[in-house]
Design a protein around this ligand. Structure first.
Ligand code: F3S
Length: 756
């Protein structure tokens, strides 16, 4: 065997399974496929649960995988933990962590904002802290930093398979991990099933990065080339000599923002830059072990095939800025002024915001500070407001010790809490009114309408932190930091020199305050912890497992609602003010279908209660059916459940008594979510049968005892006048998913397997 390495300093003695197990699993797959493998294939297949019996057809097969770890942010962790608790399983089966980063609002600066958040979110934090302790989850307290930075600093390693409950989980690809953002659910039990990627894209980087160009420009360029849809379902694999000129954290930035083009994830092959970062974060043994297994596990095979090839010459890459309103609208920084004038984008920059999970490494901060220092040398400050979000307590402490934080503050910067803050709209912005047209520039990843400040008039541009810093010194979009001069305090003209910064701190990282809570090691100590959920809380509610299928056909189910046209997960479970009830299924269910259009009257949230004949809001009607023990179906149009992969959109119908959703077609992730909750997602064999269903009908689904993959389900529609029509419905259940339906949910099924 080769060298061994510990997974992290937090996981007891657990070592990385680089050794025999992974290689032998891969050997099984190699024999089957008999072709060279891409890097992402190697990482995925070396995590197969049963490589011998696994069917592997790229883009088609469902893979059963054993991920190395799970990471959850605090907004999504609430429901994940509630579901896990309801399963009755004693301890999470795979190393897991929770990170408190999404609920801290930026207002007056890091210290006060954090204190306020701890107060406002006390019950959520108490719940997560106690549930973590009881079920064996590592808990990163508020103030510790942003999930993806902490994962990179502590948990990511080359060849890792990580599941995260956040769309920018792929950040860990900068350290050679295959890190996938998925919805919450059964993964805490260590099981994961996922499709093989539909597409493997090879991004070849040649040349060398220099001057003003940074890692951010690589992904801004890729987004510009591929657009927000161009990477849908793909895995982006970066290769080529150019990768050696990008720091590990820079590669993290690139992978992080791959989410903006729809990629499932992005990954870099193991290289020396990763090794340097591993050394700097006290994980030399991982670097050594990775170097040993580089060819076998951590780089693609010679001659492997990709679906698409994109080549980027870093020598020719220029600083870019993308936006407004979409991350794929790419402009060269040199052309920004002209383009902005042509498009009528407000030229004055109100606020520049640097940091976030995307761009808050030591290198980012040092490069930005090197720009700020030039302004200070000439006695000037930023013309726009300026905020700095350190990605982690470790980065905050290190840039405070080494002076970059002071330099950035000296030009007028405000250091915010180590948290998501304005990136997720946690920003109490006061400088412009709602609706007012204005411009902000950020080093974040997303710039959709209203993302940062809920103001549709805000034009948000994303670029590198060093360009943001330079732009706030000019204060306008038509200031070109690469060419234009600034005026110093004595009236002297000067030009900014290109930024510079070290990739890791020469004196090592300062860990800062200890913000980690380790779960008790002894099972009896864990058992003794009681999970804090106040029965009177309106934000948190313990869940009970969904009822098992009673082995009977579903007879005479009323149509709760027949939906006309688009029905996204937002129509099914609205966001905005409802988000604070994410941990309280019954309360959040009061938003069920309130955005969906009722085909009967063309109105939203107004439908006939068949028990009373009255027109009422959808959730009220569903509650009354539920109270009488009447299950129901919802009928929908094409691409039902598209949009964000919100699990509540599947949980709520199930909670309020829904049994089946019958539509013309489903968005795939939502269809799977429904199956996980024990619902029957069904599609019309003949889409025109949608028109046969009337709001007053009942539907019977028969032959369910014989539910089998590929076999249609028979449905009998009973009209108000007593006439019956039979139609055929399709489903996409596989054998494993049929067990979920029978058990009442995937979680119930897991609990059965654990108990067995
Ligand atoms: Fe947080 Fe924004 Fe990243 S919300 S996890 S900092 S994308």
């Amino acid at each position: 065997g080769g060298p061994k390495a510990h997974m992290s300093k937090f996981d007891g003695g657990k070592t990385i399974e680089y050794l025999k197990k992974r290689i032998s699993r891969l050997e099984v797959v190699r024999k089957k496929l008999n072709r060279p493998l891409t890097l992402s294939e190697k990482v995925l297949y070396s995590h197969l649960d049963k490589p011998e019996s696994q069917e592997i057809v790229r883009g088609k097969s469902y893979l059963n995988l054993r991920p190395d770890r799970v990471a959850m942010q605090d907004a999504t962790a609430q429901m994940a933990m509630l579901q896990f608790i309801s399963s009755g399983i004693e301890q999470v089966a795979v190393p897991s962590t929770i990170h408190c980063d999404h609920l801290i609002e930026a207002q007056t600066g890091g210290k006060d904002d954090l204190a306020r958040a701890k107060d406002i979110n006390k019950e959520v934090y108490d719940f997560l802290a106690t549930a973590s302790a009881k079920y064996g989850v590592g808990f990163w307290k508020p103030g510790s930093g942003i999930i993806h930075q902490i994962v990179l600093e502590n948990y990511a390693f080359p060849g890792l398979l990580l599941i995260g409950t956040d769309s920018h989980t792929p950040n860990g690809g900068g350290l050679g991990g295959l890190c996938i953002g998925v919805v919450i659910g059964v993964k805490l039990t260590g099981e994961m099933s996922g499709w093989t990627s539909a597409k493997d894209v090879n991004l070849k980087l040649t040349g060398e990065m220099s001057g003003w160009t940074s890692a951010k420009d690589v992904i801004l360029k890729v987004a510009g080339l591929l657009t927000v849809k161009g990477g849908t379902g793909a895995i982006m694999e970066y290769h080529g000599p150019g990768t050696e000129s990008i720091s590990c954290t820079g590669m993290g930035t690139i992978c992080n923002m791959g989410a903006e083009i729809g990629a499932t994830t992005s990954i870099f092959p193991f290289n020396e830059r990763m090794r340097r970062y591993l050394n700097a974060t006290n994980r030399k043994e991982i670097g050594d072990a990775a170097a040993h297994y580089r060819e076998q596990l951590l780089t693609p095979d010679q001659g492997c095939q990709y679906d698409q090839l994109i080549e980027i010459d870093l020598n020719k890459l220029e600083p870019l800025i993308n936006g407004p309103y979409t991350p794929d609208l790419m402009t060269r920084v040199s052309d920004l002024g002209e383009t902005a004038k042509k498009n009528g984008w407000p030229l004055e920059i109100k606020v520049g915001l640097i940091g976030s999970c995307t761009n808050s490494s030591y290198e980012d901060m040092e490069r930005s500070a090197s720009i700020a220092q030039q302004a200070l040398d000439h006695g000037i400050k930023a013309k726009s407001s300026f905020t700095i979000t350190p990605g982690s307590e470790q980065v905050r402490a290190t840039i405070t010790r080494d002076g970059q934080a002071q330099t950035l503050s000296a030009i007028g910067g405000m250091v915010l809490a180590n948290a998501c803050g304005p990136c997720i709209g946690q920003w109490n912005r006061k400088d412009v009114k709602k609706g007012e047209k204005n411009t902000i520039v950020t080093s974040y990843n997303r710039n959709f309408t209203g993302r940062n400040d809920a103001n549709p008039g805000t034009h948000c541009f994303v670029t590198s932190p060093e360009i943001v810093t330079a732009l706030v010194l000019g204060g306008r979009l038509d200031f070109n930091p690469l060419k234009d001069s600034l005026t110093g305090s004595k009236g002297e003209k000067f030009q900014l020199q290109a930024p510079n910064g070290k990739e890791v701190p020469p004196k090592g990282y300062d860990p800062g305050e200890d913000t980690y809570q380790e779960p008790p090691k002894q099972p009896e100590k864990r058992r003794a912890v009681s999970v804090h959920v106040d029965a009177a809380s309106n934000r948190l509610q313990l869940l009970s497992p969904f009822a098992r299928w009673d082995k009977k056909d579903l007879v005479d189910l009323p149509v709760l609602i027949k939906i006309k046209g688009k029905c996204t997960t937002d129509h099914i479970s609205a966001a905005g003010p409802w988000l604070k009830y994410r941990g309280h299924l019954d309360n959040i269910s009061n938003n069920m279908f309130i955005g969906a259009i009722n085909a009967e009257n063309g109105e939203a949230n107004k439908l006939k209660n068949r028990l009373t004949g009255e027109y009422q809001p959808v959730p009220d009607v569903a509650r009354q059916y539920k109270a009488k023990g009447i299950g129901w179906v919802a009928v929908g149009d094409d691409n039902y459940g598209e949009g964000s992969s919100r699990e509540h959109a599947a949980l709520e119908p199930r909670h309020l008594g829904g049994r089946a959703i019958i539509v013309k077609s489903f968005a795939r992730i939502h269809e799977t979510n429904l199956k996980k909750q024990g619902m029957l997602p069904l599609t019309f064999n003949n889409p025109a049968d949608y028109d046969k269903i009337q709001p007053d009908d009942t539907i019977s689904l028969t032959g369910l005892a014989g539910l089998a993959p590929g076999k249609p389900v028979k449905a009998v529609i009973k009209h108000k006048d007593g006439k019956k029509e039979e139609i055929s419905l399709n489903h996409s259940f596989n054998d494993q998913q049929i067990e979920w339906f029978k058990a009442g949910s995937a979680l119930n099924r897991m609990a059965d397997v654990f108990a067995a």
